[in-house]
Design a binder for this molecule. Structure first.
Ligand code: NAD
Ligand code: USQ
Length: 396
């Protein structure tokens, strides 16, 4: 297939591009490199040294013989370039990673809230309009988040996107299926909730073929393909805005920084290893919906863990200390979480688990590049409300 990977320079997009190229697909990365500019804005860098996207593609050609094409396009701001590119190249499938993905970044200030909404909503909507205008019938796979469900689920398992409900009507109770009600916990998660409505509309109105993957927190660094050359190494965010919890703990352990647990660490979240992310994309590409189908929604996660349990696990492996800090976020202090993921298991996913020693591999990566960590960029400063900001920054 000819596959466009939107956001293919990012943490999930780069290993996905390599994985799909390795399977023999013709891969085109579209990216505006905004994530690299955000590193500059924040004064941070990936723990792992990342080459330019052009250099990464050159090395991949040397290693594999396969060409990955790169196109510098801003999906949110350059609608006509995007439309013309799609009309000319006519990809069979489009994998859409190209959004501002950090919840803390989306809550830093009014500018960051507005940027996140403008960028994410316009990128997704421009893409949908361009698909309608060009009539190319490509299968669109979007990376959504398990966070759209919220974390107050009264202990009931979260289904894959849709909820069966019974409603009282004058002629008696009637059953119907609805999109699972969203309860986003940040401006970033709110944009993913809005994406869902746009997908529902364009699938129903224009017959677009869409799969929305509700992905958990991705951990790990490398995949089979990124390991093939030092310069193919994946991005690894450790800073307080972009670093996700498990990878942050691993980087912190590598420099002897007490593990930064927010609150009691009673938050339970869904997780998936980066190797399984790329495999899930491959599986979902093979299971495309037909025109006229409802949006397919898969929960792309393999395990759930409580934050303090992860901290204890990392502390046990590495000897790190744990620090329980005031929580800069507005979120439930403790929650249960059960997430259904039968779709991917049925399609043949054989998940990588935390217990398989892979944690140690990541610890080794964190140790190898520990000299690149700026300790002052480890704490998370972005607070969800002015009151929380006051409490976090002024209370002893
Ligand atoms: P990332 O920030 O590393 O990569 C996103 C890429 O998209 C970057 O290269 C960026 O430059 C590009 N991009 C952003 N806006 C763009 C625009 N307007 N035009 C063109 N390119 C643009 O993020 P990631 O961790 O790879 O996440 C990818 C997707 O997966 C996101 O949509 C995110 O919401 C979702 N996701 C990520 C995780 C995770 O733990 N990393 C978990 C669940 C879901
Ligand atoms: N946390 C800590 N200490 C830290 C960092 C985080 O205790 O140093 C806690 C947070 O308070 C939160 C949990 O760990 O309760 C998860 O935080 P996170 O930053 O790892 O994940 P999150 O903000 O939810 O966002 C990440 C990705 C996002 C994706 C989402 C999937 O950045 O793109 O959509 O995971 S999900 O969590 O399912 O919504």
């Amino acid at each position: 297939m000819k596959i466009a990977v939107l956001g293919g320079d990012g943490f999930c997009g780069w290993p996905t591009s390599l994985h799909l190229s390795n399977l023999g697909h013709e891969v085109h990365i579209i990216d505006n490199l905004s994530r690299r500019w955000i590193d500059t804005e924040l004064g941070v860098q990936s723990l792992t040294p990342m080459d330019s996207i052009q250099e990464r593609c050159r090395i991949w050609k040397e290693v594999s013989g396969e060409q990955i094409h790169f196109h510098l396009i801003d999906l949110a701001k350059e609608y006509y370039r995007l439309r013309d590119w799609l009309a000319e190249e006519k990809p069979d499938a489009i994998v859409h990673f190209a959004e501002q993905r950090a919840a803390p970044y989306s809550m830093i200030s009014e500018r960051h809230k507005i940027y996140t909404v403008d960028n994410n909503i316009n990128a997704t909507h421009n893409l949908l309009v361009a698909l309608v205008e060009t009539d190319i019938d490509a299968h669109l796979l979007h990376l959504g988040t398990t966070g759209v469900y919220g974390y107050s689920t009264v202990g009931a398992p979260i289904p894959e996107g849709y909820l069966d409900v019974t409603i009282d009507t004058p002629t008696g109770p009637k059953g119907m299926e609805i999109l699972y009600p969203t309860k986003p916990g940040s401006v970033y998660h709110m944009t993913k909730s809005l994406d869902q409505i746009m997908f529902q509309f364009y699938a129903q109105n224009d017959g677009l073929r869409i799969t929305d993957l509700h992905q958990g927190i991705v951990w790990g660094t490398n995949t089979d393909q990124t390991k093939r050359h030092e310069q193919l190494i994946n991005r690894f965010d450790y800073d307080g805005d972009y670093g996700t919890v498990l990878n942050r703990f691993l980087a912190q352990a590598a420099i002897g920084y007490p593990l930064t647990v927010h609150g009691t660490g009673g938050q339970t979240r869904a997780f998936i290893h980066i190797q399984d992310t790329v495999r899930c994309i491959e599986l979902a590409l093979r299971d495309a919906p037909e025109s006229g189908d409802r949006v397919k929604i898969f929960n792309q996660m393999t395990e759930t863990h409580r934050v303090r349990d992860l901290a204890e696990l990392v502390a046990k492996i590495t000897g790190a200390e744990i620090a329980y800090l005031p929580n800069p976020r507005k979120e439930a202090a403790e929650n249960e979480l059960i997430v259904k993921n039968e779709h991917f298991l049925d399609l043949g996913l054989n998940p990588v688990t935390l217990q398989e020693g892979l944690l140690e591999e990541v610890v080794e990566i964190a140790k190898k590049y520990a000299h690149r960590i700026d300790r002052s960029r480890v704490p998370a400063h972005s607070a969800w409300t002015k009151e929380i900001a006051h409490r976090v920054n002024h209370d002893p």
